[in-house]
Write a protein that binds this ligand. Structure first.
Ligand SMILES: Cc1cc2nc3c(=O)[nH]c(=O)nc-3n(C[C@H](O)[C@H](O)[C@H](O)COP(=O)(O)O)c2cc1C
Length: 189
């Protein structure tokens, strides 16, 4: 769509990652971009663990769900963790820690695309394995892992994933998720 921020337009959840190392300065810039996200009362509830060494990456690999085999090619993976106590907890179930992490994760991904990388958030991992192997305290929520890597070849991808690499962006009709001036969604949606 015309007029969108370029990185928003080009960001896709791609899986064909190259094993090429990512320079430390690039990783540092991506992480700084993550921390520039807004947060409630500037609480900055996010905690990131940047994993780019072999033994720590191997620990991440052990945590992956089968369908996320492609993350094993990533030269860096960022653990995004928080706990509710790190941010505001307001009326009507408003727990801001997870929202803050979401905003930071998106900043991280957009900066990564600006650097010529792919960045792909995943939920398919065992958080208990990540915590145990990489010393994340038990009371934290490991909300997502973000795989980072330069574009690579697709030969190691499953047929399904290979076709998804080139699929058009799929979204619900905007009328299902955007209403104007007052709530007009039907409850069943
Ligand atoms: C929190 C979160 C968890 C996700 N988990 C996975 C995952 O475990 N495996 C995977 O292949 N993709 C995962 N994705 C990618 C989504 O499937 C993808 O973003 C969505 O299909 C929309 O496609 P697009 O990002 O290319 O627009 C995840 C994305 C997010 C934000």
């Amino acid at each position: 769509m015309e007029g969108l921020v370029h990185e928003i337009e080009i960001r896709r959840a791609k899986r064909a990652l190259s094993e090429k190392k990512i320079a430390h300065e690039v990783l540092k810039r991506i992480m700084t971009a993550a921390t520039y996200a807004p947060s409630c009362f500037n609480n900055q509830p996010w905690r990131f663990v940047v994993v780019d060494e072999k033994s720590s990456l191997e620990a991440i690999h052990e945590s992956l769900a089968g369908g996320n085999y492609w993350v094993k090619k990533a030269p860096a993976v960022v653990i995004v963790a928080t706990k509710p106590e790190l941010d505001a907890r307001l009326s009507d179930r408003r727990e801001y820690a997870l929202l803050g992490c979401g905003l930071a994760a998106e900043n991280l991904m957009l900066q990564a695309f600006q650097e010529g990388l792919f960045a792909h958030a995943i939920a398919g991992f065992d958080p208990l394995v990540v915590k145990a192997k990489l010393r994340v305290p038990e009371d934290y929520i490991v909300i997502t892992l973000i795989a980072l890597g330069y574009p690579g070849d697709e030969s190691h991808l499953s047929e399904k994933h290979r076709s998804l690499e080139h699929s058009p962006r799929e979204r619900k009709p905007e009328s299902e998720v955007i209403s104007w001036n007052a709530w007009s969604f039907r409850e069943s949606e």
